[in-house]
Design a protein around this ligand. Structure first.
Ligand SMILES: [Zn+2]
Length: 287
């Protein structure tokens, strides 16, 4: 009687920071993209959540794409914005011509700077993704509500220490998933950060020492650096990048959906459910 939760479990993991960043880096190779025509599928309304009626996309040029946590922000030459969250199964594809693939819900048909035809296609089988068309002022308000991106320079040891003090009773791994504080972290990254920091995912925030906070900071960099150059993580037939390719990040995982710990090479990985999410850790390495 909880079909949403079942889907959620089956599709883990969903796109997290490395996957969204991979797509961003691929899309920007096609910029600037002048939008000549916008095409929506019959069910695109379930993805497009907020639209400022004043915004017209046709004739505008996408000049830059930023990432804020798991959000992509496309910037138009008149300063309006397209915000996109990939949800569980979304991705943007870069096509030179229209492809006959299912679940393409929003298509920006246009031309790149070399006047070659180019399509940005938002593909999302499960349609848990979200898209907003906003003015720059609205996007600015939106951005202010997001937490610090864990790949940014604002993500410091001090920031982590201060944040953990806000909710001392929270389990550290569930805390790391909170986008209000640790934007970009999802389930696999949170599990892997705890592993590299040698911290049991169930530990309460108040029990984390300053030395361990330093380890969380370093572990976050290790986990992201283990995924980004490999184009992110593709698992259980999930995420594909802007060229329709799988990420090769599986080999960097040490605990997530592993049997034997990749750190000590002998600990048997334990799987628990923490705050309704599958959680993996090595009882030997993580205290
Ligand atoms: Zn281990």
């Amino acid at each position: 009687d909880m079909p949403g939760l079942k889907k959620f479990k089956r599709l883990e993991p969903m796109p997290e920071l490395p996957e969204v960043e991979t797509i961003r880096q691929q899309l920007i190779t096609a910029l600037p993209l002048t939008i000549e025509r916008v095409q929506f599928s019959s069910v695109a309304d379930s993805i497009i959540k907020k639209v400022d009626r004043k915004i017209t996309l046709t004739g505008q040029t996408i000049v830059q794409i930023h990432r804020m946590g798991k959000w992509l922000e496309m910037i138009l030459d008149n300063d309006d914005r397209i915000l996109s969250h990939l949800g569980m199964s979304g991705s943007w594809r870069l096509w030179q011509s229209e492809q006959a693939i299912k679940h393409a819900h929003v298509l920006f048909h246009g031309k790149n700077s070399k006047n070659n035809p180019m399509i940005f296609a938002y593909v999302d089988p499960r349609r848990f993704g979200k898209m907003y068309f906003m003015t720059s002022a609205q996007a600015c308000e939106f951005r202010a509500k997001l937490g610090v991106d864990v790949s940014s320079s604002e993500f410091t040891i001090d920031y982590i220490a201060q944040t953990l003090r806000k909710y001392p009773a929270r389990a550290i791994k569930a805390f790391l998933l909170d986008q209000q504080f640790f934007a970009g972290v999802g389930n696999y990254i949170a599990c892997e950060i705890c592993a590299h920091a040698r911290i049991r995912p169930t530990r309460k925030a108040k029990s984390i020492t300053l030395e361990e906070v330093t380890k969380i900071h370093a572990a976050t960099k290790v986990v992201i650096a283990g995924q980004l150059p490999k184009g992110g993580l593709t698992f259980q037939g999930g995420y594909l990048d802007a060229f329709g390719e799988k990420g090769q990040g599986l080999e960097s995982l040490v605990v997530f959906h592993q049997k034997i710990c990749g750190l000590c090479q002998r600990g048997k990985i334990k799987k628990i459910v923490l705050a309704q999410r599958s959680t993996f850790y090595c009882p030997a390495c993580q205290k």
